[in-house]
Design a protein around this ligand. Structure first.
Ligand code: SAH
Ligand code: SF4
Length: 367
């Protein structure tokens, strides 16, 4: 089997080149070609010696996951569905805004954590994505968007993706090794050179892995809270039984010592009649008293047979105001953000059982 070079960070590539008897600077050149120029064909790497190009042609490939579907909606949001050989594929979404372009990246096929309101969780777990499959999502997005006019600003950018959020399918901290390597490539100036503050890992609260992420690759952290007490969180985010809120809050404080930002983002999916009462908001204020944080309130994004409903606008407004009155910074997802929800662990779930229908719906959106 040829070696997929997308599986390597620069250290890994340098070590592999060492085994081939090649110098580190050659590895750096090839790394630039692959990640900065987006070149997958060794023959096009014109400043690489011919004998090395031939060696690479025999022993290596540059293969991102295959795009089975790409779609751009009228507001410029772009989605890719990738074929990763199993189950229903994974999804990546790009959301252009005036001052940034955010890519929502997947880390696993399915998810083992079984949060009750999440369609990925309902599908079960298939496997971890490889480094090549994780960084390959950015590779495909970056190189296909580069040189295109941004739908919002009309500008053509060399760096269309300014932010990455690990909020697609899967629990990134349950695939820590591969995610850390892929994050390293995102941050590397020899590759994408993204700022640590603009790369966010979202976790449902795998406490030991939060500590390891802080040591290995501290990037911005979002924690999926969704409930203000253990009794309720045990029900909707079952990993809470293993790592209850007291431990989770302590882990957030420890993370902040290393974090590139001085706050944790708490995500809170609002489920009508479940966690959206004023009393829940008041409990939350107590819970996070010692954790510098911001809240992101996300209206539940319905899917078939979920058993949950979207909150009423009024419930969200009251909830938000209670948090704000206590001095907390709160954002609620706007219309375009709803698109992100649809992306994050949602669409691939729909494709699971009825891909034809989803495709049709998406084509209609384009028309
Ligand atoms: N596994 C990680 C990251 C992927 S999910 C995590 O749980 O944080 C990204 C975000 O989407 C999480 O906050 C998750 O709780 C939320 N989410 C999942 N299902 C949703 C739904 N049906 N509606 C709205 N948000 C949802
Ligand atoms: Fe997994 Fe996150 Fe979905 Fe929970 S919300 S099942 S952790 S992807």
């Amino acid at each position: 089997m040829p070696q997929n070079l997308l599986d390597f960070d620069l250290d890994g590539l340098t070590a592999w080149f060492g085994e081939l008897g090649e110098k580190p600077f050659r590895a750096r050149q090839v790394f630039h070609w692959v990640h900065q120029a987006g070149v997958a064909d060794f023959a096009q790497m014109t400043d690489i010696a011919k004998n090395l190009r031939e060696k690479l042609q025999q022993q290596a490939v540059v293969v991102p996951p295959a795009v089975s579907y790409a779609h751009t909606s009228t507001d410029g949001t772009r989605k890719w569905l990738f074929d990763v050989g199993v189950a229903n594929g994974i999804e990546t979404v790009f959301i252009p805004e005036e001052d940034r372009g955010t890519l929502c990246v997947s880390s696993q096929v399915g998810c083992a954590l079984e949060c009750t309101f999440c369609s990925t969780g309902r599908q079960g777990f298939n496997r971890n994505l490889t480094v090549a499959e994780i960084i390959g999502q950015l590779w495909v997005a970056h190189h296909s968007l580069r040189g295109e006019a941004n739908r919002t600003t009309g500008e053509v950018s060399d760096r269309p993706v300014t932010n990455v959020v690990m909020m697609g399918m899967g629990e990134p901290l349950a695939n820590l090794e591969n995610v850390v390597t892929a994050l390293g490539i995102m941050l590397d100036d020899h590759a994408y050179g993204l700022s640590r503050r603009r790369v966010t890992v979202s976790t449902s609260g795998l406490v030991p892995a939060m500590d390891r992420l802080a040591e290995r690759c501290p990037v911005a952290l979002a924690v999926s809270l969704h409930a203000p007490n253990d009794a309720l969180r045990d029900q909707i985010v079952p990993i809470n039984k293993k790592y209850p809120l007291r431990e989770l809050m302590a882990a957030c404080r420890r993370y902040l010592v290393h974090a590139p930002r001085d706050f944790i983002t708490f995500e809170y999916v609002m489920l009508a009649g479940v966690n959206d009462a004023p009393g829940h908001a008041r409990q939350l204020i107590e819970l996070v008293r010692e954790v510098p944080c911001k809240f992101n309130l996300i209206p539940f994004n319905p899917f078939p047979d979920s058993g949950y409903e979207k909150p009423r606008g009024e419930a969200m407004r009251v909830f938000r105001e209670i948090l704000q009155d206590a001095g907390l910074v709160v954002t609620t997802r706007k219309t375009r953000g709803d698109d992100i929800d649809a992306a994050c662990g949602q669409l691939a779930g729909k494709v699971a059982d009825k891909s034809g229908r989803v495709m049709k719906r998406m084509h209609k959106e384009t028309a």
